[in-house]
Design a binder for this molecule. Structure first.
Ligand SMILES: *Cc1c(COP(=O)(O)O)cnc(C)c1O
Length: 406
């Protein structure tokens, strides 16, 4: 029998180990192996890098291995100053701290994003405000941002930080966003968690923002098996982030703290995997872009079916291919296709549920919101992994085409 959490722990009690994980019966019976949305794709050099790290005894979240990973990220992004951290969410949290987010401050982000874009700021007491997206490229609507900033200035309540998001690997229009914010002295923290390897205006995604957050979680275009990075062109900011990420320990023989930090360093074990993975970044971007291209070729003639636009100033990494199904024209809705794919053991997922529609943010302010809400209703993320076999992709395209036949 398990004791309740409040019961005193009996000495010598052996907590029974939970039964080994077993996939649900319907998965075991499924006729085809499961096709995942974005599974990790190993580069081949991971074991060698891991072995070298373990042999050297460098396993802590410090030392030469995370430093080498940071150097590799700097080279891949063109951002000179990089701090490797435990997750993309930790990078965002550090970014909010560096930009001095305080209780009662407003922090703005796109409504159509993952909760981590703003979660840490809200944990710090910030008040979220969500902005609608552009109906073409699905990232922050810059005209709306300009109008909202002017209105906020009139209210005397400018945001502390604006967080544009590179949606599904499509970069936001950073020069336009930074321009709009600079007019009011508002700093930009780019959530580039999903856009490693993507370009905008001839530079890496996020470049131009004061701070850029990246993620190496297991479902991203490359993975360290978990982890993130905070990057900037400002050496001072990243030096301060480094200090805060290691418990803000002052240089002293004893433990001395002038402020309170975090334990956010990236483990050397993960950094070693990251080093092997990042070497394959260009190949992974090319592969995801080919997957996207095949979806386009296979589906774009269907009425009522569309894709996230890639404006001429950008080159997305196509981390996930998202289709938009307008039921009035397609004769089928998003959920019917998703369920049909699920019946064939193929994972697909509705686009992000806009944050302004999340119960957690039911009191938050929203500027616009109709476009984000529509993309949630009509958007479906398709399996997009760089290792997706063309035969599986062909099956996915066939299923969608069959669903659309009116
Ligand atoms: C993955 C992701 C994050 C969070 O990164 P983690 O490493 O999982 O903490 C934040 N924002 C967006 C848009 C993401 O896709």
């Amino acid at each position: 029998m398990l004791s309740s959490p409040s019961a005193p722990v009996r000495k010598g009690l052996v907590v029974p180990f939970p039964m080994a994980f077993r996939p649900a019966d319907d998965l075991l019976r499924a006729p085809q192996p499961r096709v995942f949305l974005s599974p990790p794709h190993l580069a081949g050099g991971e074991m060698v890098a891991l072995q070298a790290t373990l042999d050297a005894g460098w396993v802590a979240p410090a030392g030469p291995v995370p430093l080498a990973f940071e150097e590799a990220v700097a080279q891949a992004t063109g951002l000179d100053h990089v701090l490797a951290v435990a997750s993309g969410t930790a990078a965002l949290h550090l970014g909010f701290r560096l930009l001095d987010v305080c209780p009662g401050d407003e922090v703005w982000t796109s409504s159509l994003t993952f909760i981590a874009s703003i979660g840490p700021a809200v944990q710090m007491g910030a008040i979220p405000r969500f902005l609608d997206i552009d109906a073409g490229h699905w990232t922050m609507d810059v005209d709306l941002l300009r109008a909202e900033l002017a209105a906020a200035a009139r209210r005397g309540r400018l945001p502390r930080v604006v967080v544009p998001v590179d949606l599904y690997g499509q970069p936001a229009d950073m020069p336009a966003i930074v321009d709009a914010c600079a007019a009011w002295g508002v700093p930009v923290l780019s959530d580039s968690a999903g856009s490693l390897g993507a370009m905008q205006h001839g530079r890496h995604a996020g470049v131009g923002a004061k701070l850029v957050a990246l993620s190496f979680n297991g479902n991203k275009i490359i993975t360290a098996g978990g982890g993130g990075a905070l990057a900037s062109e400002d050496a001072g900011l990243i030096a301060r982030a480094r200090h805060l990420s290691t418990q803000a320990k002052e240089v002293s023989a004893h433990y001395q703290h002038e402020t309170i930090g975090f334990s956010y360093g990236m483990s050397s074990v993960l950094a070693a995997v990251g080093i092997a993975q990042i070497a394959a970044l260009e190949e992974r971007v090319a592969a995801r872009r080919s997957v996207h291209q095949r979806y386009r070729e296979g589906l774009e003639d269907l009425p009522g079916l569309g894709f996230i636009a890639e404006p001429a100033w950008s080159r997305g990494n196509r981390w996930l291919t998202v289709i938009r199904i307008d039921p009035a024209e397609a004769g089928v809705d998003r959920e019917t296709i998703r369920r049909e794919l699920a019946a064939q053991n193929i994972e697909s997922r509705p686009a992000w549920k806009p944050l302004h529609l999340q119960p957690a943010f039911r009191h938050a302010a929203i500027a616009g919101g109709a476009v984000a809400a529509m993309m949630f209703e009509q958007g479906l993320c398709l399996p997009s992994g760089s290792s997706l076999p063309p035969a599986d992709q062909g099956r996915i395209i066939d299923i969608i085409r069959r669903c659309c036949r009116v």
